[in-house]
Design a protein around this ligand. Structure first.
Ligand code: ATP
Ligand code: MG
Length: 565
């Protein structure tokens, strides 16, 4: 994989300094630590590119670790999808695939050590009471009446918690730090809780589970991670991680926080994405409208385009929303260079060339990609009956409409000049059934010898050889730029775009697409970039997804702004 060097960022500055001071003996060891409770999304891709990218840049290592301490939400299906997605993005954890659940025994040992040091205790307060005792941002908390029970008693209770003697919620293990600490997370946080649930990997072996905070910092430590990179929300957790690691006297990675990726017109919370899946509001985690990597892949995105996007947006310390147009631009740019161009008519209107012989057929030469002559040419058939886009004809053309109209001549790409001479309608409904045109044989594949001009070149498909297909057009999943901004009393689903999917069922494609393989990508001339759906397409019934439209909708406006600067 050829990844260009990562752009400068503040994390690289920190690592550069650590290299100079030999902080970790010149080592860089990062990890990507997903919780297997959903599919990965584009926000995770940013973290993957960053962690694996830094390791690569500093000749270091990056682990894939499943942070799997919650038996309620984690599943093997998610584990497999996460591995697939990381590999697909182009990264390799080699033999370093780890699970926090593999450390359960060791984490328990650490908990026992803290109790023995007088730094943790078993607390019998209920969840509600613990919350009540915690205090607020402005008021200190109250000490639990169990805080000063003897080390022996806590040890005994912890062992009995582990043995399953108590009900869920009856007791927890807490760190003994400071109930008046200005940081609420330091007010004797919970380290272990009772959960009588089977875990997807350890089954019924455990009935107490370590909290995320206790597990996360120690898993990093166990793996010898040097730079523990996480999103900004964890800044407040850092003092707790420091406390745990220092009290236990174990290897202490440096935590560095960066701003999570937020993308306009979509959401990044796995919990909410799961809600869309479970309520059938999308077809699944891999619905092409989803911001998941499996959705983007099915939509036609390439790993390169996603890596380029992640590099382009960079790494910052302040949260913001990145416009989804940037993601679209990164795939558009790539597909412009790499995809063959073909002709497809999405909403067909029949055209009969009345002066073209009934039994005649020609093969015309078409260029596969004018950006890349090495992609060559192909033959497209031309005959008396064709299809053009309904949108390319107006019976009463408004000003500035230069495409086909009664009495008007246009160019059919790679073929001839044609002129509309008659409009055939359904007598009852007035609906346009077909157009009658004449063609000028002297204009084959080029201009008119007499120098007359046409104002428009249109795509078309020969009816006889046309391949019928279904084409799915996608719009943003949410109508609001900030999709999480919700009106009072409503929930985030009220921002869903009711028109995010349009399915066109009788599209007509040029015959070269007949054997198009699932996942293959094309530019449909004048319409955008499309790929063959990997789930629903069959050799008998092709299904295409529109990956992205041809032009950035903001391009014009952006150029104008540049000019005015
Ligand atoms: P979500 O909020 O979607 O549930 P999460 O943070 O709970 O995400 P994890 O599985 O814990 O999901 O995430 C794995 C890693 O990916 C973490 O290190 C996290 O910091 C990072 N990550 C998650 N979301 C984003 C994002 N939007 N931008 C950058 N990194 C992210
Ligand atoms: Mg998380």
């Amino acid at each position: 994989m050829s990844t260009p060097k990562m752009k400068p960022n503040f994390i690289k500055d920190i690592i550069d300094d650590d290299m100079k001071t030999d902080k970790y003996g010149g080592r860089v060891h990062t990890r990507f630590p997903p919780e297997p409770n959903g599919y990965l999304h584009i926000g995770h891709a940013k973290s993957i590119c960053l962690n694996f990218g830094l390791a690569k840049e500093y000749n270091g290592l990056c682990n894939l670790r499943f942070d799997d301490t919650n038996p309620e939400t984690e599943e093997m299906e998610y584990v497999e999808s996460i591995k697939d997605d990381v590999r697909w993005l182009g990264f390799d954890w080699e033999d370093r695939l780890y699970h926090a659940s593999d450390y359960f025994e060791q984490l328990y040992e650490y908990a026992v050590q803290l109790v023995k040091k007088g730094k943790a205790y078993v607390c019998d307060l209920s969840m509600d009471q613990i919350r009540e005792y915690r205090g607020t941002l402005t008021e200190p908390g109250k000490e639990s009446p169990y805080r000063n029970r003897s080390i022996e008693e806590s040890l005994d209770l912890l062992e009995r918690m582990k043995a399953g003697e108590f009900e869920e919620g009856a007791r927890v293990l807490r760190a003994k730090i400071d109930m008046a600490h200005p940081n609420v997370l330091m007010r004797d946080p919970t380290l272990y809780r009772i959960r009588k649930k089977d875990h997807y990997r350890t089954g019924g072996e455990w009935c107490i589970y370590p909290t995320y905070d206790f597990t996360h910092c120690l898993s990093d430590s166990i793996e010898g991670i040097t730079h523990s990179i996480c999103t900004l929300e964890f800044e407040n957790n850092r003092p707790l991680y420091d406390w745990i690691l220092d009290e236990l006297g174990v290897h202490h990675p440096q935590q560095i926080e960066f701003a999570r990726l937020n993308l306009s017109h979509t959401i990044m919370s796995k919990r909410r994405l799961l809600e869309l899946v479970e309520e059938g509001l999308v077809s699944g985690w891999d619905d092409p409208r989803m911001p998941t990597l499996s959705g983007l892949r099915r939509r036609g995105y390439t790993p390169e385009s996603i890596r380029n996007f992640c590099d382009e947006i960079g790494v910052a310390k302040a949260n913001s929303i990145v416009d989804i147009v940037m993601l679209e631009n990164s795939i558009r740019e790539e597909l412009n260079k790499t995809t063959p161009r073909v002709m497809a008519v999405l909403r067909p209107l029949k055209v009969v060339i009345i002066n073209y012989p009934e039994d005649k057929e020609e093969e015309l030469e078409a260029v596969n990609n004018p950006e890349d002559p090495s992609m060559g040419t192909r033959k497209v058939p031309f005959s008396r009956v064709l299809y053009i886009e309904q949108d390319d004809f107006r019976e009463e053309p408004p000003k500035k409409f230069f495409r086909l109209a009664p009495g008007r001549e246009v160019r059919l790409r790679y073929a001839y000049f044609v002129k509309c001479v008659d409009v055939i309608k359904d007598e009852k409904t007035g609906e346009i059934l077909e157009l009658h045109c004449t063609y000028d044989p002297a204009t084959r594949g080029g201009d008119a010898p007499d120098g007359r001009k046409v104002k428009s070149t249109m795509h078309w498909v020969s009816a006889k050889e046309a391949v019928e297909a279904e084409v799915r057009l996608y719009d943003y999943l949410f109508t609001k730029r900030d999709a999480s901004e919700v009106e009072e009393g409503k929930d985030f689903k009220s921002n869903l775009n009711p028109n995010s999917l349009a399915t066109l069922t009788s599209c007509m494609l040029e015959p070269s697409l007949k054997d198009a393989k699932p996942g293959s990508r094309f530019q449909f001339e004048r319409l955008g970039y499309f790929c063959v759906d990997t789930v629903d397409s069959t050799p008998d019934k092709l299904v295409f997804n529109r990956t992205v439209t041809l032009r950035d909708p903001w391009e014009k406006i952006r150029k104008q702004i540049e000019r005015e600067k």
